[in-house]
Design a binder for this molecule. Structure first.
Ligand SMILES: Cc1cc2nc3c(=O)[nH]c(=O)nc-3n(C[C@H](O)[C@H](O)[C@H](O)COP(=O)(O)OP(=O)(O)OC[C@H]3O[C@@H](n4cnc5c(N)ncnc54)[C@H](O)[C@@H]3O)c2cc1C
Length: 303
């Protein structure tokens, strides 16, 4: 590519595609490069996104936003951005794609999301579509009110998640995949007061039970069935490109941005799960709107 893009958007989930709608409508030249591994594609039905009373499947939402962005002229390609470097100060960036192409751009929006830690199981996607494995109680805790819920994880993060889920059901059990549970006296007290059971014996296998339950096998061979399991195994931020540029990040490797989604690197913006914020579609879309508007205005002022 010889000409300079106004904005390269890395990632085509809800954040990247929403930004593409805004920037295209600001009459900016936009290319979205997307590896097509959006977390959104795992959502069987989202019930907390305003405007979709009956819920919307994640893949349907992606198709809709993508089509909307293309209506206004955004180019969207499947592929991977492998490297980002700054051109001479104030002039933009050069991206290297996996197919060897180089793309020069005045600005970059990072919308690469995160990867969920998950238990290893061959039918994970199917189990998630059936609601037997879940990752986000903010998203779908309402759908499991009064069910038998397992929470898989250890330490403070798992305790926090189990206590949050207690909002929805009195039948919550905390289990570990093998790591020591490592509970402090205070944490154990909090769990006791909330009526959350703790099983220290490690889970060695996660599967689907014959009665459509989530079946957990413990090291001793005993088997426990639950209506659903929340995986509290943490996330990995897809922020390697930001690292290459030296952008500021939090301890989880997520981007620290200002209230207009600008990172610490001039011309480099971020939105969605890869930002240190609440991992939700509505937030990703809101941040994308903010980022796109900041990009447009910053480019206008650059002249
Ligand atoms: C099972 C499940 C259920 C959920 N339910 C809900 C819900 O009900 N409500 C809700 O609000 N949220 C829900 N979420 C969370 C929601 O999916 C995320 O908050 C949302 O997808 C974040 O959007 P994003 O654009 O930031 O990242 P993503 O949707 O993850 O998109 C990031 C994209 O960037 C691509 N990418 C990464 N690196 C590169 C690269 N180097 N080059 C090119 N492309 C790259 C990825 O392949 C991916 O396609 C759920 C998540 C899961 C997993």
């Amino acid at each position: 590519m010889t000409s300079m893009l106004d904005c390269l958007i890395v990632g085509g989930g809800p954040a990247g595609l929403t930004a593409a709608i805004y920037l295209s409508r600001y009459r900016r030249s936009v290319l979205v490069v997307d590896e097509a591994k959006s977390r959104c594609a795992w959502i069987p039905a989202s019930h907390n996104l305003a405007g979709f009373t009956g819920g919307i499947r994640g893949t349907d939402l992606l198709v809709r936003i993508r089509a909307q962005a293309e209506t206004y002229g955004a180019r969207i390609e499947t592929g991977s951005v492998r490297a980002l470097e700054r051109l001479s100060p104030g002039t933009g960036f050069r991206a290297r794609l996996e197919d060897g192409r180089k793309v020069d751009t005045a600005s970059v929006l990072l919308a690469t999301g995160v990867i969920d830690g998950q238990p290893r199981m061959s039918d994970l996607y199917e189990a998630m579509q059936r609601g037997l494995i879940r990752t986000c109680p903010i998203c779908d805790g309402y759908e499991v009110i009064d069910r038998r819920i397992a929470v898989l994880g250890h330490g403070a993060q798992a305790v926090g998640e189990a206590r949050f889920i207690r909002t929805y059901s009195p039948y919550v059990t905390l289990l570990t995949l093998g790591e020591a549970m490592s509970l402090t006296v205070e944490e154990q007290g909090e769990l006791d007061r909330a009526g959350i059971a703790v099983i220290e014996e490690p889970v060695t296998a996660v599967g689907i039970g014959e009665d459509q339950s989530t079946r957990l096998t413990l090291r001793s061979g005993s088997v426990l069935d639950f209506d659903t399991l929340y995986s509290a195994l943490g996330i990995t931020a897809r922020s390697g490109l930001a690292q290459q540029l030296g952008a500021d990040m939090d301890e989880d490797g997520r981007l620290i941005v200002d209230r207009h989604q600008r990172s610490s690197v001039s011309g480099f913006y971020a939105a969605g799960d890869v930002v240190s914020t609440l991992n939700q579609i509505a937030v990703a879309m809101g941040e994308a709107a903010m980022a796109a508007t900041a990009i447009h205005n910053d480019l206008r002022h650059r002249g």
